[in-house]
Design a protein. Structure first.
Ligand SMILES: C[S@@+](CC[C@H](N)C(=O)[O-])C[C@H]1O[C@@H](n2cnc3c(N)ncnc32)[C@H](O)[C@@H]1O
Length: 376
């Protein structure tokens, strides 16, 4: 097994630049190509990237890349790759696929051929005459074709990286943890200043902020598919978890406040925070936005308010945005960050954003309105 591997971090559309920055911070040199963030790393990069990347969906190990224009080429190329270096005799390896603007557009055929080529090679290498057992650890293979360039990967993450292991309860429209982390990383808040989400729902933004503020690896409370892979081994995982433990600043004091009009949401936030050991780090209370009182300068307000997508909610949401604008007008030293799909947000809030950025909340196209405060 070579010690250097090529990894691919996948992310939601719009978050690529943030994932790239995170990969760089881990000490690797990322390249972005067609929305894919690729980087070379020693084997220890697999545990480290899975543990630390806050905004990536998954970390995949690139087994090969090649230009492929026919099924015969696909079979020969997949067969030529050193699968036995990765997948042991009992490994389970379902194959999924994607194809975009390529001659081989039948995804099911690409999957079947990829599977057959891997099975044929592994049977030969392991001297298996009959069916492969596939009773062991999971090695999810993905074959993707983009403009005839094929990439075949193994998914090292298992469950998507947004599953941090703390979400025991959610409200109606919870943010994905990866997007919530991105919302925080797109601000200059790094833990020193006060941070408020006055429409916190199940608390995702603030919990992600607390993890960032205390430098806690987001994957610290979960498992990953590649923990079961013998070619990586327990030692590298233990070292990565140890590194994360050493770097966490559990004693770092943070001033993080969450509130919501709905007391059930506040309870959920508390439960979620408690699940990850942040119960005492964040202050929660049931409160309406209009009762928000700001006493200190230079704070940050980050929120994902209701969008008013349903007609019956429109009027309510519009007056909510006006209320927010009325409150924040009196606090010019505060920076305000709002994610919404409502096209008239700036008009209702009463001010043009310093900056805006298109982001997708699931399938909903939203803008991230960013108002930079003038430090007092
Ligand atoms: C889109 S959800 C926030 C979801 C949250 N980011 C999460 O990840 O769970 C919007 C929240 O705004 C709250 N809300 C609506 N009107 C409010 C008001 N007037 N004051 C405070 N909170 C309000 C709702 O109860 C809801 O929990």
């Amino acid at each position: 097994m070579e010690n250097e591997v090529t990894l691919l971090a996948t992310s939601a559309m719009g978050l690529e630049a943030i994932v790239k920055r995170e990969v760089k911070q881990l000490g690797y040199e990322p390249k972005v190509d067609n929305g894919k963030i690729m980087f070379n790393a020693p084997l220890s990069g697999i545990p480290r990237a899975n543990l630390w990347l806050r905004t990536a969906d998954r970390v995949k190990l690139v087994v090969g890349e090649s230009r492929i224009e026919s099924f015969a080429e696909l079979y020969d190329w997949i067969y030529s790759l050193p699968w036995e270096q990765y997948i042991p005799e009992d490994g389970k390896f379902p194959v999924i696929g994607k194809s975009h603007q390529s001659k081989l557009f039948s995804v099911s055929d690409c999957q079947a051929i990829t599977k057959k080529a891997i099975v044929d090679r592994l049977k030969l290498k392991y001297g298996i005459a009959h069916r492969m057992p596939e009773t062991g650890a999971l090695y999810r293979v993905e074959i993707t074709l983009l403009k005839d360039m094929a990439t075949v990967t193994l998914d090292t993450s298992g469950v998507g990286l947004h599953k941090r292991g703390y979400r025991v309860a959610t409200g109606e429209a919870p943010l994905k943890e990866t997007l919530a982390a991105a919302l925080v990383l797109l601000t200059n808040w790094r833990g020193e200043d006060i941070l408020v989400d006055p429409m916190c729902g199940s608390g995702t933004i603030l919990i992600e902020a607390a993890l960032i503020g205390q430098n806690i690896a987001p994957g610290f409370n979960r498992n990953f598919a590649a923990e079961e892979w013998p070619f990586i081994g327990e030692k590298l995982w233990n070292e990565a978890f140890k590194e994360a433990e050493d770097l966490a600043k559990y004693d770092q004091k943070l001033a993080i406040y969450g509130s919501d009009i709905d007391h059930r949401m506040v309870e959920m936030s508390k439960q979620n925070a408690a699940e990850i050991g942040l119960y005492d780090v964040i202050s929660w209370k049931q409160m309406q936005l209009k009762d928000l009182r700001i006493k200190e300068p230079n704070g940050y307000l980050i929120s994902n308010p209701p969008y008013g997508e349903r007609l019956k909610d429109r009027e309510y949401v519009e007056s909510l945005y006006q209320t927010l604008g009325d409150i924040m007008r009196n606090h010019p030293s505060w920076s305000v960050y709002i994610l919404t799909s409502h096209k008239q947000f700036e008009r209702l809030y009463g001010k043009k954003a310093t900056k805006r950025r298109k982001l997708f909340n699931g399938f909903i196209e939203t803008q991230y309105y960013q108002y930079f405060g003038k430090k007092a």
